[in-house]
Design a protein around this ligand. Structure first.
Ligand SMILES: Cc1ncc(COP(=O)(O)O)c(C=O)c1O
Length: 466
């Protein structure tokens, strides 16, 4: 065992690793390595299945992993919504992994539990909540949305679902047809079934048609459904569209239901004076989800779930666990397992706190503004090219477009765009994704790297259609 827990060996590989990572950062930023070292899943599996660390050095293993992984610091990285982690947060992650404090009970994670409360207060203030607000960090937007909706159910279901199950109630949630699939999944996990997910159609800009809400609500009630919540997207995943949160808040208040905001991607705009107006009305939500690993520069996975009223957060998991805490009924902010889904939870708050301390709110604002501005620049470049069709004016850093030939049918145009994307990602110069909207394939970019320039985007468009 001693050789496994040897501090000198750790020191040596640690220093080597930091050098490798710093070199990787420079090479990626300068575009000297492929953004994605493309390989098929089967080849990748064969490589690792046959892998043999002949020299017994962790440094060699780390190098091999890095070489075969996507490089988010490359200016050609414009695909999914994970941010290049600010390098210092990787150091914070190392501290978190090394200390391995878990966060269920206070004693096991004293510093990070208290830090988490500071981080949540920082979010609550930026949302515009008052001092009644509270919340916690959890492992991802998917889990946070589920947890928010579980709280909604505890507060609004007519019976005590936690004790009695659904007991004949038909519960339902209203959500945009363009919401992230995890909201649909959450509703199904909660047993609402297909009937209990009321998908509201979107307008030409892919925002929820809020003028339909009252009629949908009436129809659902006539069918015997009890609508307990509505989810606003800030913003949607495919197109980056912000729902009208003020209109949704008005509706939720009128109908006396829970208002949840899925701001996993675009909730981060609350930190920017310039883009905060996109989230107008967010302070009226009962719960808000914001991912830190998307638009807030932290490593995956870490999400803030903030409740307008602290009490609501405690209603979700009304359980006793004698070995963890003495009084199940007491609202102890410092015993986080009372409110989170997780039991063991990593010290996620320290990564975000590190950025707060070093760069302040301004650092988050700059990140959001640089990328949202870049989205607008990219849209302008696309519109200059007659062979390209911009799906919709981007509100953020998610931009969808396609090569469009009016003489070809949709299937053929779809095939052409899918092939373009595959060729691009195999080139190693850019990484973009695709999305299918209303049966049409679009090239989808999420501009996540603040060092991607206008000329990088010109080069991408050259690869798209010459
Ligand atoms: C709007 C939205 N909600 C939720 C999620 C899921 O978040 P996570 O990947 O952190 O579970 C995503 C991820 O893309 C998203 O874009």
């Amino acid at each position: 065992m001693k050789h496994i827990y040897n501090s000198e060996a750790f020191r040596k590989s640690g220093h080597e690793l930091i050098d490798i990572l710093a070199d990787h950062l420079t090479a990626a930023q300068e575009g000297k390595i492929p953004v994605l070292p493309w390989d098929t899943p089967d080849n990748q599996f064969t490589f690792w299945e046959k892998y043999d660390l002949e020299d017994g050095s962790a440094t060699t293993l780390f190098k091999d992993i890095i070489e075969r992984s996507i490089a988010l610091n490359h200016p050609g990285y414009a695909g999914h919504q994970i941010s290049p982690a600010a390098p210092v947060t990787a150091l914070a992650a190392l501290v978190a992994a090394f200390m391995n404090n878990e966060m269920g009970v206070y004693e096991m994670g004293a510093a990070s539990t208290a830090i988490e409360k500071v981080v949540i207060n920082f979010f609550a203030e930026a949302i515009g909540y008052d001092t009644q607000a509270d919340g916690f960090m959890t492992s991802g937007g998917t889990l946070a949305n589920l947890t928010g909706l579980l709280a909604a159910r505890s507060v609004h279901a007519h019976t005590d679902v936690w004790q009695e199950g659904h007991a004949g109630q038909k519960l339902a949630v209203m959500v945009s047809a363009e919401a992230h699939y995890c909201v649909d999944r959450a509703a199904r996990i909660m047993g609402f079934g297909e009937e209990g997910i009321l998908k509201i159609e979107t307008n030409d800009s892919f925002q929820m048609q809020t003028e339909q809400l009252d009629a949908e609500f009436e129809r659902a009630t006539e069918k015997g459904l009890q609508v307990i919540a509505i989810v606003g997207s800030a913003c949607t995943t495919s197109t980056g569209s912000y729902d009208d949160l003020e209109a949704i808040a008005d509706f939720a208040e009128r109908r006396g239901i829970w208002f949840h905001v899925d701001g996993a991607h675009g909730g981060a705009a609350i930190f920017s004076e310039k883009y905060k107006p996109l989230t107008r009305g967010i302070h009226r939500a009962d719960s808000v989800v914001i991912d830190c690993h998307k638009m807030l520069m932290t490593p995956a996975i870490m999400t803030a779930l903030v409740f307008k009223k602290s009490k609501d957060a405690y209603k979700t998991f009304n359980q006793k666990a004698q070995y963890l805490w003495k009084e199940a009924a007491e609202e102890e902010w410092y015993n986080l397992a009372k409110r989170t889904f997780e039991c063991t939870k990593e010290m996620m708050s320290i990564k975000f706190f590190c950025l707060m301390q070093l760069y302040g709110k301004q650092g988050f604002a700059e990140f959001v503004e640089t990328l949202y501005d870049l989205g607008k620049t990219f849209a302008k470049l696309i519109k200059k090219r007659p062979q390209l069709e911009l799906l919709t004016e981007p509100e953020c850093n998610i931009v969808c477009f396609r090569v469009y030939n009016a003489e070809l049918d949709t299937a053929e145009n779809n095939r052409i765009n899918s092939n373009i994307r595959q060729n691009i990602i195999e080139s190693g110069e850019f990484y973009i994704v695709q999305t299918t909207l209303r049966n049409t394939v679009y090239l989808r970019t999420t501009l996540m790297n603040p060092f991607t320039t206008e000329s990088d985007l010109e080069a991408l468009l050259l690869m798209v259609n010459g």
